[in-house]
Every structure is written in C-alpha cells, then in structure tokens.
Design a protein around this ligand. Structure first.
Ligand SMILES: Cc1ncc(COP(=O)(O)O)c(C=O)c1O
Length: 387
C-alpha cells in the first residue's frame, strides 16, 4: 500500500519532492461520483439559493476596490492590521509559517518546526518546502484500541511536547482534529499557549473546521491567546465554498504584516474573482453555520443508531463536520474503499491519510442534507456487516 499519510522530516525540494500522497488517491475516487459519498469534509451547500449569490451576477459585479480584510476584521473582532489574506488555508499555512518562525540565524530552533499528527498533509509538508525540518508530535491515545479512543477528545502528549518545544521556532496544529472531529480540550489549549509562550515558540493554528462552533463555548480561536499565536481560516469547509480559495491569517499586527509581505512574493495578490465571490457570500455566512449544525445534529443521530446496531460504542464529536470510527482489527480502510465500499457505492476517507497508525480507522462526513445522508445508511449497514 502507498504511504499516503503526511511525511515529516528534513527540508524537501527537487525532483524527488513529496506530494500529498492521498490527493493522488482521493481525486480519482471522488471523480467516480459514487452514490454515497461520505468523504466530503466541506459542507455541500446550494449557494444559488441566495439571490445575491447567483453566480452569473457575481461575476458581473464590479470590484469596488474595498479592502476584504475589513470584512474579516469585523467578523472576527480584530483590527484590520491583524489580518492577512491567503488563497485558502493551504496557502495560509506557508504564509503563517514564514511570519511566525524566528529569522534564520543558524540556530537549531530557527530551522525546526513542530508539526502535529494526525494531520492534513500540507501542515506537515509546507514547512519542509520552506527549508525547515518538520518535527512530528502525536495527539492520539497510546491505546488506539481502547474503548475511549472513539468517545472523547484526543490529548496532547505534554511530556513529548515539553522536550520538543525548546528545539523549535514554531508549532503547527489543527484544533479540530482530522479525522476524529474532536476539538483540542480547553485544558490542553491553555497548557500549550503557556508552554509555547515560555519557550518563545509561535503557534500556527489551522482552524478550517472550527467555525461550526461559533457562538458556543468551544469556539476558541488561537489568535485571541496572545501575540505568539496565529489562526488560519477560510470559507472552504464550514461555509461550503472550497472552490473559492478565500482564506486569511489572523495574528499580531507585526506578524500579519509579515504574512502580507510573504504573499507579495509568493503569489502577488489574491485572485479578484475569489474576493468578489466572497463578498457576495459574506452576509449569508451565519445562515450556513446554522445549516451545518442542523446537519450535524440530525446526521449524527442517524449514524449513531446504525453504529450501535453494529456494536460500536461511539460518541459523536460535539462540533464537527465528520467523525471517525475504528473498524475491526485487520481491516484496512484503503483496501475497503477500493473493494467492498466501491461495490456499494460508498466513499469515505481512510484514517491513514492522516497518520500511519490509523489504517483501520475510517472517517465519515455528515455534511450532506439529512434526507440524502439517510439514503446512504442501508449501504453503510451492509458494509459494516461484511467487515
Ligand atoms: C485540516 C485542513 N486544513 C485545511 C484544508 C484545506 O483548506 P483550504 O481549502 O482553505 O486550503 C483541509 C482540507 O481538507 C483540511 O483538512
């Protein structure tokens, strides 16, 4: 089987440069258009429902020259100087790393960055492309087979991190963990913020899945935690606008200015169509979050009943667009997706896209409208029966 998980390690460039293995696997699968696609971690949302977001009108709209950072600043209640635009979170990761790392002065910590696993590939690979060594740390239980692994948030290994932090300049993490959907606990967040401040380590937080918790206690973006913290977000997942590639970095004014200067050299400007379309979507964003929570509520109830029938003890993560289950021991979810699941028209995401130890885990997204999600249940039932 191919190595599809993110690969940490030394700087990476040249003809053997690593891609994101699972993208090569996933895109052809997605194009098969299986009837029961439970792989989509972005909310499928019919933006054409809103008249002002009609696509032809959007493209005809003249770009009025306003600063999109202003909309983000207002929504996030930060100053406009704290915002840098990015063409999606994926690009924002590189911009934030460039802004948050200490200057290259030949010291060990100026060339190393800690990267959380399990992870979305680019959070681990981007630092390597920028000439840094990516030093992995795990946020997962030691006993992945334990009953709790599917029922509670995974915790930071504070012992392991305490050893790594003095040797790195920054750290990258994704509070809402992909693939489990469970958030970083408040206790872990507070510990990490303090530990990184003590060691002068910058925190780069990929918050692409966080906004489903907006308005709830669990909404704790890192940019509020101090000048050593940066949040990256976009309209991709919780707002269902993946194709737009509209994202941003929020950090201290100095760091955000550095991210903006990095963008000048990496990309120049954000594509104007992304900005125009984001402007059309902006007044409706909260409506989409309400829909995302509704789907979470109804679809996790539906899924919970099915999983219970098959003997799984599973608690849905409270604020997520997806969750993950551990399949029977010898199952490999890559093979399952290529064989049994294909025959049933099901597509879900293998856990070892995120960490090599998650080969028998499968991520199930509940982003579909509840009526549609229910239609996938009989086939998922057969799949679980046959494992
Ligand atoms: C953790 C994480 N961050 C970011 C992204 C992509 O974000 P964007 O489309 O804004 O680049 C993904 C997509 O799967 C993801 O899983």
């Amino acid at each position: 089987l191919p190595e599809n998980w993110p690969l940490a390690g030394s700087p990476d460039r040249g003809v053997d440069l690593h891609g994101v293995g699972y993208i090569d696997w996933y895109i052809p699968k997605m194009r098969e258009k299986r009837d029961h696609d439970l792989s989509k971690s972005g909310l499928p949302y019919d933006w054409a429902l809103h008249e002002s977001a009609d696509s032809s009108k959007m493209l005809a709209m003249a770009w009025a020259g306003e600063d999109p950072r202003q909309w983000i600043a207002e929504r996030e209640q930060v100053s406009v100087e704290q915002v840098a635009l990015a063409q999606g979170v994926t690009q924002g990761i590189s911009l934030a790393i460039l802004a948050m790392m200490p200057p290259a002065d030949g010291s060990q910590r100026s060339s190393r960055i800690a990267v959380e696993m399990p992870a979305y590939g680019p959070t681990v690979h981007a630092p390597r492309l920028l000439g840094l060594e990516a030093v992995p740390f795990d946020r997962m239980p030691e006993d992945l087979d334990g009953a709790e692994a599917m029922n509670e948030p995974w915790l930071l290994d504070r012992g392991q991190l305490s050893k790594i932090l003095p040797t790195v300049g920054a750290l990258v993490l994704t509070p809402v963990l992909n693939p489990t959907g469970w958030g970083l606990t408040k206790d872990d967040q507070e510990w990490l913020v303090a530990a990184c401040a003590a060691e002068n380590v910058g925190i780069i937080s990929d918050e692409v899945y966080l906004d489903i918790s907006r308005g709830y206690e669990s909404y704790r973006p890192f940019h509020r935690e101090g000048a050593h913290c940066a949040s990256i977000n976009s309209l991709t997942k919780c707002y269902g606008l993946e194709a737009l590639r509209f994202g941003w970095v929020i950090a201290s004014p100095e760091r955000a200015a550095a991210a903006r200067r990095a963008l000048q050299s990496i990309q120049g400007e954000i594509a104007t169509p992304s900005i125009i379309l984001a402007k059309c979507a902006w007044p409706h964003l909260d409506r989409v979050l309400i829909e995302a929570r509704k789907r979470h509520y109804e679809n996790t109830a539906t899924l919970g009943i099915l999983l219970k029938k098959h003997g799984y003890s599973w608690t849905p993560p409270p604020d997520a667009l997806f969750g993950a289950i551990r399949l029977p021991d010898l199952a490999n979810s890559f093979e399952i997706m290529d064989m049994q699941a294909r025959d049933l028209g099901i597509l879900a995401v293998p856990g070892d896209m995120f960490h090599p130890k998650l080969g028998n885990w499968m991520r199930i997204s509940w982003t579909a409208p509840p009526d549609e999600f229910k239609k996938s249940i009989p086939n998922l039932d057969i799949l679980l029966q046959n494992l």
